[in-house]
Write a new protein. Structure first.
Ligand code: P6P
Length: 335
């Protein structure tokens, strides 16, 4: 059976021609992410056995305790992408500033920059709940052979050339898009190969699952409160089901398969919400739109937001198109 399934490597080669910048570099980039994902997956799966759980003592720019696996995953992805000499820069949730790769080498003809959340949901690690890696890929906008600048990273989400995530769950999956739909690959750990298990993934236009941290309810804008009450009302196909794992990648993945909406609104404690535009919201928004879903900040398409800083946060509503449009309706009614 396995021999009938297409591997990720075969899929990349077969679809390389469809990518307008056919140079093989993006394929090599996806392949290096595949390798790093396997290495991180191995550590995530044995985290309970080896002393790499618990905070690394440091805190990242977000002021969050850095779990050792966060640090490990960050190092592995940066190391893998650097060693293959494919990218000219990397920005990461775990790095205060972007990391220039071989930027002193004027022969550095690498065209791509990668923005990454190496281990999203890491607070779930030591309670054995799934976590994920999120990545976003752009072509640099500054001249080849010159040092990469912040301008290469502060690009609108609608300029992404590829985006995806790895979900380290009951099975490990790599889900990504290069602008030609969304495809999911499941890792067979016995042989270390990703197989195409979910071709052409699509958000159902409607869903019955809403994902939000209702512990923040009293701090939400009135429109969001009204939408949550709408989800809970006995009417038509409602009440909906509330499912919130505390891991964006897992909630997104389930909602894409079953239909649903993920929400991280602004609230009085976080005036722009918690999620970061560049390496969480933009890549997930690219995937959502490629899968017939939608992603906004309640007013504006996420991928049209002009970034101003590397770690900026935005309110985030993402998932089944009709559900996102419904919460936008409630929000806009109050503003
Ligand atoms: P809260 C994980 O830290 C994360 O960025 C997302 O993966 C997750 O959905 C959210 O934050 C959880 O945040 O405030 O509800 O615990």
């Amino acid at each position: 059976m396995l021999l009938k399934k297409q591997t990720l490597g075969e899929f990349i080669i077969e679809n390389q021609a469809s990518f307008k910048y056919t140079s093989g570099e993006l394929s090599r980039l996806i392949n290096s992410i595949r390798l790093a994902a396997k290495v991180v997956n191995h550590e995530v799966n044995k985290a309970g056995l080896v002393d790499i759980i618990g905070t690394a003592g440091d805190t990242n720019i977000q002021g969050e305790d850095q779990q050792k696996l966060d640090v490990y995953a960050n190092d592995k992805f940066i190391q893998t992408l650097t060693n293959r000499n494919i990218v000219c820069g990397i920005a990461s949730e775990e790095e205060d500033d972007f990391v220039a790769i071989n930027s002193q080498d004027e022969n550095n003809q690498n065209k791509y920059v990668v923005l990454i959340d190496p281990l999203d949901g890491s607070s779930n690690i030591d309670v054995n709940v799934s976590v994920g890696t999120i990545f976003s890929i752009y072509r640099r906008v500054t001249p080849l052979g010159t040092p990469v600048t912040i301008e290469d990273f502060l690009q609108k989400g609608n300029q992404q050339v590829a985006a995806g995530y790895v979900v380290y769950g009951t099975s490990t999956m790599l889900v990504y898009t290069t602008g030609h739909g969304v495809n999911g690959f499941t890792l067979n750990p016995a042989i270390g190969t990703f197989y195409l298990s979910h071709p052409n993934m699509q958000f159902p236009e409607d869903g019955k699952i809403y994902s939000v941290n209702e512990g923040n309810y009293i701090h939400f804008p009135q429109g969001v409160k009204d939408y949550i009450k709408y989800c809970q009302m006995e009417e038509g196909d409602r009440p909906y089901t509330s499912r919130y794992i505390g891991s964006l990648v897992s909630d997104f993945h389930r909602n894409m398969i079953k239909g649903g909406i993920y929400m991280y609104p602004k609230h009085s404690k976080n005036s722009n919400g918690k999620l970061r535009l560049l390496y969480e919201c933009n890549p997930m928004a690219f995937l959502a739109e490629q899968a017939n879903g939608k992603a906004s900040n309640g007013h504006t398409r996420i991928m049209d937001i002009e970034p101003t800083e590397l770690h900026q946060r935005v309110p985030f509503f993402c998932g089944s198109k009709n559900m996102v449009e419904k919460v936008e309706e409630f929000i806009q009614k109050h503003e």
